[in-house]
Design a protein around this ligand. Structure first.
Ligand SMILES: [Zn+2]
Ligand SMILES: [Zn+2]
Length: 241
């Protein structure tokens, strides 16, 4: 099985990634991917772009480039344990694909109780589509009640192959999270979190982990064109093709 949509990608709009949107699209097309989600770091990341990047993105970048459907999104930063984000409601509603993630430069890790409260608040935010790399040990939370809340609010949980290497404890934590997501029927995506075009589509390790635990295929959204198109239409509110 392979992914047909890259659901998490960065560009030169932040200074620690090295490709343009179009280079990422071309890489996606070359690898046979049908969708690319542009999910730049939102403004509170130290080197993230200005909020204008996100305001201008939907009307500027076409929905279809080189045969790849482009979803215009963001990786919003969760700023505290009340679920505050660094793009406002109006901005988030205009985006197709909103990931919410904890990053230590934007929110200092605290304790399990705080992290749990933070994710429970995010679960209730209707403008958040995807839970970003939540297996980070530094932001350890009480998995069972939070995953149950993700299921209840129909959040999509991301399994981010890049995090298996870059975020301590992620591989084992993601396995535990995935087992609970399976138990509660949570929709999942596997992503690369690409910071250079050569990484687009490299989600194999995350997908392998889901396969190992027998994750139901119909819940892995980005391994099937029709399944992902349906969710892309749901999230964007457009027909797209
Ligand atoms: Zn991130
Ligand atoms: Zn990212």
């Amino acid at each position: 099985m392979q992914i047909i949509a890259e659901t998490h990608s960065h560009t030169i709009a932040c200074s620690h990634a090295y490709s343009t949107i179009y280079e990422n699209v071309q890489a996606a097309a070359k690898k046979g991917l049908k969708f690319l989600c542009v999910t730049e770091h939102a403004p509170k990341m130290i080197d993230g772009p200005h909020e204008w990047f996100f305001n201008n993105l939907p009307a500027t970048v076409p929905d279809l480039l080189d045969g790849v459907i482009v979803l215009k999104g963001a990786e919003a930063n969760i700023l505290d344990f009340d679920g505050s984000l660094d793009l406002n409601e109006r901005q988030l509603k205009k985006l197709d694909w909103v990931i919410a993630s904890y990053h230590s430069p934007c929110c200092t890790p605290s304790d399990i109780t705080s992290h749990t409260a933070g994710w429970l608040a995010i679960a209730e935010n209707p403008d958040v589509d995807v839970i970003g790399h939540c297996g980070d040990e530094r932001f350890r939370f009480d998995y069972e009640p939070v995953i149950r809340a993700f299921a209840e609010h129909q959040k999509i949980v991301e399994f981010n192959a890049h995090s298996f290497h870059s975020r301590p404890g992620s591989r084992e934590n993601c396995r535990q999270i995935a087992l609970l997501c399976k138990k509660y029927g949570v929709r999942a995506v596997c992503s690369s979190d690409a910071h250079f075009f050569t990484q687009i589509g490299n989600a194999g390790e995350a997908l392998d982990m889901l396969m190992e635990i027998g994750y139901p295929e119909k819940l892995i959204l980005n391994t099937d064109y029709d399944r992902f198109l349906a969710v892309a239409r749901e999230k964007s509110g457009r027909q797209l093709v």
